[in-house]
Ligand binder design. Structure first.
Ligand code: SF4
Length: 308
């Protein structure tokens, strides 16, 4: 599969089939915490990045025997709302494969554009990010394309909240020392209060980000920030760890590359996800590392492999 990946067992969404609508790594932002590596195409141009007809073909093939899934999620190697025909793909799933829920993980930066809001209207769940409101922090953390500003992003997030009838979850990525001062958190909390939403999820780094100095917040810090956001409907999305993922996969090198391209992983996680026995997996990882396809990066939680 070229555009579909997984399914992955996600704690908040359940068993989730991923759809990737942009080439690695195409985004409106170049976030310092991004797990997919640095953005190579920083753009705000909305167009058909991958052929819709091929994506629909893969979806129809995969769903033809009605696999058990909790959700189909647009996410992956960049910003899915950059794809001009995401709305048609969502509508096709809802009409041709009724019964499946559709979620979109987005950075929210294009919601000011009425075409993008319209494209997402038929989704069941939309989860945009809201990591910074302050102009300087916005630029430090998100390193946006020049057309993207916090004002425009807020405008889009608020308007979409008014129009969208599905589940609207705001995700705040916590970076200790960057967006954790009382001033920063107050600005983010006030911004959340202005947006019609169902829930706020607090997230922090779980695997290697793009920039080395970015560190995860401790669970104590996350709990304190959760308290700070109350009485809003907020919860901490902790480290997903191994239990959150269970990719049903045929294994081997292509599967390993497909997984770590979207999410750096440890050998244990890859073993858990793909079912490839540990000794075989170690040999494959060594081979891929020697061929400069992947590289290991040591973090507190273990040795993570990512694309070279
Ligand atoms: S974290 Fe999301 S929004 Fe940020 S650069 Fe990566 S893909 Fe883009």
């Amino acid at each position: 599969m070229k555009y579909l990946f997984g399914p992955v067992q996600s704690r908040r969404l359940g068993l989730s089939l991923g759809i990737d609508l942009v080439p690695h790594k195409t985004c409106t932002l170049n976030c310092i915490y991004c797990e997919c590596g640095p953005t190579t195409l920083l753009t705000s141009e909305i167009r058909e990045y991958v052929p819709t007809v091929e994506v629909l073909h893969e979806i129809d093939q995969y769903l033809s025997d009605r696999p058990v899934l909790d959700v189909i999620t647009f996410s992956g190697s960049g910003e899915p709302t950059l794809h001009s025909r995401i709305g048609e793909i969502i509508t096709h799933i809802k009409e041709a494969h009724a019964g499946y829920r559709v979620a979109v993980l987005t950075n929210g930066t294009l919601l000011w554009d009425a075409r993008v809001r319209e494209n997402l209207m038929n989704a069941d769940i939309v989860i945009p990010s809201l990591d910074a409101i302050n102009e300087e922090t916005f630029r430090i953390v998100l390193r946006p394309h020049m057309n993207i500003t916090p004002e425009r992003m807020m405008e889009g997030l608020m308007q979409f909240g008014k129009d969208f009838k599905g589940r609207y979850i705001l995700e705040v990525f916590i970076i200790p020392g960057i967006n954790t001062s009382v001033e920063e958190l107050t600005e983010i909390k006030n911004a959340c209060s202005k947006i019609r939403h169902n829930e706020i999820h607090l997230n922090t780094l779980d695997r290697p980000g793009t920039v080395k100095w970015v560190k995860p917040a401790s669970m104590e810090e996350m709990d304190e920030i959760e308290d700070f956001f109350r009485p809003l409907n907020v919860k901490v999305i902790g480290s997903p760890g191994m239990l959150e993922m269970n990719l049903i996969s045929s294994g081997k090198s292509d599967d390993i590359i497909s997984i770590i391209k979207r999410r750096p992983s440890t050998a244990e996680e890859l073993n858990h996800i793909t079912g490839i026995p540990m000794d075989e997996l170690s040999r494959l990882l060594e081979k891929l590392e020697k061929s400069c396809v992947i590289k290991g990066e040591k973090l507190e939680r273990g040795l993570f492999y990512r694309l070279f």
